[in-house]
Design a protein around this ligand. Structure first.
Ligand code: KIV
Length: 281
């Protein structure tokens, strides 16, 4: 039983129906243990292609492959009981044609058990989103700062300031009309996020897009303080687990060097074996 009392996976239509209601709580996860931790508290768990930077040390998300997304998706699936699981389509796996997108999305769904995929892009991806949703593949869209386009943007800049707002607005309208179940709005000004949220019929999920959105998402390692010195303005650190881990590792290293670990309680004697095959004392 989850913190919210829900016993089965949330479905894409249930997430879409949350438009304008209680804010959607969303986080990323890439592994089974983290999926187990976030599941009771989240409506959506995203296996984001941020996994490439966060867990694999890649400089951008561009090197992430379909096989990586499937492997992490399978791990996350084992840790979820309640949240809607969404898996990111990596760069190069969907942009070529709606058919390519369907072939790869179908593989992701079949091999991970996710109920929806996410892809980046607005107007330019509308045809693909319509193609997928019409064939049983629920799609979460992603507009504003789309990290797979980092080279085209020239960096991870705020999108939609001033006259550029109209471009992002059109993107959000296009993906909503194409049938996306929700849309991630990344790194856009609050006024724009508010306007889009009021205008479109599907939930907006903000990351660096203000509380005006219908929900929020963060990369779990960022909000736990696990991802090094990466401190963008839109991330609130709810814990400093990286510091705690570093302190624990330093203590372990010191105790090994000083022969204080293992201590007597961690050492096996000559006592009788238990059912587990371990010595009792
Ligand atoms: O890859 C990812 O983690 C994402 C979220 C930041 C929205 O796309």
């Amino acid at each position: 039983m989850s913190a919210t009392g829900q016993e089965k996976d949330l479905t894409p239509p249930e997430i879409s129906a949350r438009k304008g209601k209680a804010p959607l709580v969303c986080l990323t996860a890439y592994t089974t243990p983290i999926a187990r931790l976030v599941d009771p508290h989240c409506d959506v768990v995203l296996v984001g292609d941020s996994v490439g930077m966060v867990l694999h040390g890649l400089p951008t998300t561009l090197g992430v492959t379909l096989d990586m997304m499937i492997m992490h998706g399978q791990a996350v699936r084992r840790g979820l009981e309640r949240a809607l699981m969404v898996v990111d389509m990596p760069f190069g796996s969907y942009e070529e044609s709606p058919e390519q997108a369907f072939r790869n999305a179908a593989r992701v769904m079949a091999e991970t058990g996710c109920a929806a995929v996410k892809l980046e892009g607005g107007e330019v991806m509308a045809e693909t989103i319509r193609f997928l949703t019409g064939r049983g593949v629920p799609v979460m869209a992603h507009v504003g700062l789309t990290p797979q386009a980092v080279n085209a943007f020239g960096g991870y800049r705020v999108q939609g300031r001033g006259r550029d707002a109209e471009r992002i607005r059109r993107d959000a309208l296009a993906v909503a009309e194409a049938g996306a179940l929700a849309v991630v709005l990344e790194k856009v000004p609050e006024t724009l996020a508010r306007g889009i949220t009021e205008e479109i019929a599907i939930p907006t999920i903000g990351i660096g897009a203000s509380s005006a959105c219908d929900g929020q998402i963060l990369v779990v390692d960022d909000m736990l303080g696990l991802f090094g010195d990466f401190r963008p303005k839109f991330v609130k650190r709810y814990a400093e687990l990286g510091q705690a881990a570093e302190a624990a590792i330093a203590t372990y290293a010191r105790e090994v060097k000083e022969r204080r670990f293992p201590a007597a309680e961690h050492v096996f004697g000559e006592g009788p074996k238990t059912v587990n095959g371990e010595e009792a004392a």
